[in-house]
Structure formats: structure tokens, C-alpha cells
Design a protein around this ligand. Sequence first.
Ligand SMILES: Nc1nc2c(ncn2[C@@H]2O[C@H](COP(=O)(O)OP(=O)(O)OP(=O)(O)O)[C@@H](O)[C@H]2O)c(=O)[nH]1
Ligand SMILES: [Mg+2]
Length: 401
Amino acid sequence: MCSACDRSVSPGGVVSDQNDLVATPTPAPTPTPTVTVVVPTYREAQNLPLLLERLAGVRREHGLELDLLIMDDRSGDGSVEAVAAAGHPWATLIERTGRRGLSPAVLEGIERARGEVVVVMDADLSHPPERIPDMLRALAGGREFVMGSRYVPGGTTDAGWGVYRWLNSRIATWLARPLTAVRDPMSGFFAMRRADLKRAAFLNPVGYKIALELIVKCRLKDVGEVPIHFADRQLGESKLNFKEQLKYLQHLRRLYLFRYGTWSHLAQFLVVGVTGLAVNLAALTLALWAGASDPVAVAAGIGVSVCTNFWLNRRFTFSYAKHGPVLRQFAGFVAASAGGAALNYVVTLQVNAARPTWPLQVAAVIGVAAGTLVNFLVNRYLVFPTHKRKAGEALATDPLG
Ligand SMILES: Nc1nc2c(ncn2[C@@H]2O[C@H](COP(=O)(O)OP(=O)(O)OP(=O)(O)O)[C@@H](O)[C@H]2O)c(=O)[nH]1
Ligand SMILES: [Mg+2]
């Protein structure tokens, strides 16, 4: 990911190619810094001098060996000049040439980092650099990962967050709850030991929730949270948009698959089943309203819901097989659903016979559950089997689809 042709700005404002740097006489070895702060930036020229000043204060006050990597996506807004003008030998701006975007920028920064600990934070001063020493203390105390958190006692946000923004943040956090107990995995401000990154086989964050990706993929259990005041950006423009929020859902789905495997397929299959029930009832009602007889309306409901269930399962639940032969998959799906329906029927009658005092509805629910489970297993392993790689065949894409 670290492209050899990225350019770096050394203090004093000289822009040079990495390749040229290799050719210069070997500089005197510098002591390995304890902490590397990685800051992804896009058009943050106004904020960078303030961030540098505050980080300089933290270095001075706490005697920290801290260096800074600003991972800039060629903003062209004076960021390069602003960093050079500050003249801090510990601050480097990398003009990236690889894939643009916040997550790739952070990952590349982490790869380039030399400190034992990596801290990631935004440039817009939402994250207080003054909390870094507390985060380091928490790591030294045995935590594997430390988040700067708005939602633990002592954590705050600026006043005036609208309902939409508050709800957005809370729902995003709530959706991530089965993946981590962290109160604020979305703050974007975190610290971890660089050595722990080796635990992840591959990282593939979509959008901007990279901390969540690291916690899940590096299987970090002991995550601490340091309360922060999360300030609203005062200068420059936000890059967070609705498209990024949709990407978050896609990212979450991948992480669920990674963490829960077949259980997560089952959960998606059940969600599709519930939507199928709604589609079934809607189609049935519509058919009745159009004057169809009861048997025709019921058949229409089942027929339409089998089709929508097939489409949704192929598109989402078993998305790894979405490029497979559609007609063959559809035939398999219909055959498999027929088996589940028959089983449902038999189980319902058996339960009713064995427990005649129970209401028939309870027996029917058990029948539906049995039919659905068998349906799922048949689909998972027969209709949409995982593509088995031949020995030596490379894994071209994320296996989680
Ligand atoms: N390198 C790089 N950095 C980015 C990109 N998009 C955003 N950033 C940086 O990532 C950090 C977070 O972006 P913000 O725009 O502040 O997003 P946010 O914090 O979620 O949203 P607000 O602060 O509410 O505006 C900032 O330092 C941005 O400059 C990008 O495409 N590439
Ligand atoms: Mg921000």
C-alpha cells in the first residue's frame, strides 16, 4: 500500500521524492519514537497549524518522543506549506499517490509509522491531543486498544448537536454493539500498539470506521476508553456525507460475517424471511382485493415471497454466490423451500398431536422455525455452497464478499 513514489515534505518545506531520499547519504540514526500520531487530511490547511501547536505543547509538557505523519490526499490548499512553515522536525506530511480516501490514508500511515504506539486522530481539532498521555497510560496499564470516547462519564460533545446528528451517532454505535462493548467506537480517536496490528490477516475497512475494523480484525478484547471533549470543527469543511453512512452499513455487514460466520448468514436469512412474510401478506391482500379466490391469493402470496426471498438471499445473505448461475440457483431455492414448507406442515401437526392442550398457533410457530432452519441449512450448503478454492489459487478479493 505504501507507494514508493509518495512524496514527503521535510521541515523547511523541501518537497522530495522518496526515491531521492534513498540516494542521499545515510543520516545519523534517530532514536525510535515512542509514539507516531497518524492524521489523515484532506483540505485541512487552516487546521494544521493549530493542531501542530497543540501537539508541540503535549510533546513539551510530557517529554514525549512523538512524531507526526500527516497523510494528505494532495489537497493543494496550502497544507504542504503550512506544515513546512511550522518547522517541526518531528512532523512529516506525506502527499499520497495511492487510492484516495480516509481509511486507505490511515492504513498507509499506520504502515509507515515507526513508534511503538500508533495514535490516530482527525485534523479538525475535534479530538483533543492533550488526552494522548492518558491514552498512553491506559495502554501501559495493559489495555490493548484505547478509544477517545464521548460516551463514557466525563466525555462530552459541543452543545447544539441536532437530533439528526445525535441519533445518527447513537444508531451507528448501537448497530456495532454485537461487535464490541466499546461505548464510542466511532469517535475516530484511538491508540494501539503497532505490534498488535500483525494479528489481523487482512484489513479492508469501507468508509471511515477504521477503529471498529481494527478492534474486530485484530481480535482485541481489552479495549479502554478515555473520556474526551469532542469539539465541533470550526474551520474547513466536513467530508462526512450520506454516501459514507451507507458505506458504514456495508462495512458492518462484513464485520458481522467475519466475527459470526454462519450465524451471521442465519441472522440475515431470518431477516429476509421476515421481509418475505410481509411480502407474502401484501401480495395475498392485493390478490384478494383484485378479486382472486382464496387459493389463488394464497398461492400468489407464497409465489411472490419465494421470488423476493430468493433475490434478497442471493443478493445479501449468500452474496458470495451472487455471480453463480441464477436459474439453477432459483430452481434449487424453490426445491429447498418446498421441503421446508412440507417439514413445517408435518412438525406443526406432530407438535399439535403431542401437546393437544397447546394452542395450534404455538405448534405452528415451532413448525415455521423448524422449516426455516432446514431451509437455511439446505440453502447454505446445497444451493449456495461456498466456492472452494483449488490449491494454490490466490484469494483475489475479500472472502467475505
Ligand atoms: N487523506 C484523507 N483524509 C480525509 C479524507 N476525507 C476526510 N479526511 C480526513 O479525515 C478526518 C475526518 O474527516 P471529517 O470531515 O472531519 O469527518 P467527520 O469528523 O466524520 O465529520 P465532521 O467533523 O462532523 O465534519 C479529517 O482530518 C479529514 O481531513 C480523504 O478522502 N482522504
Ligand atoms: Mg471531523
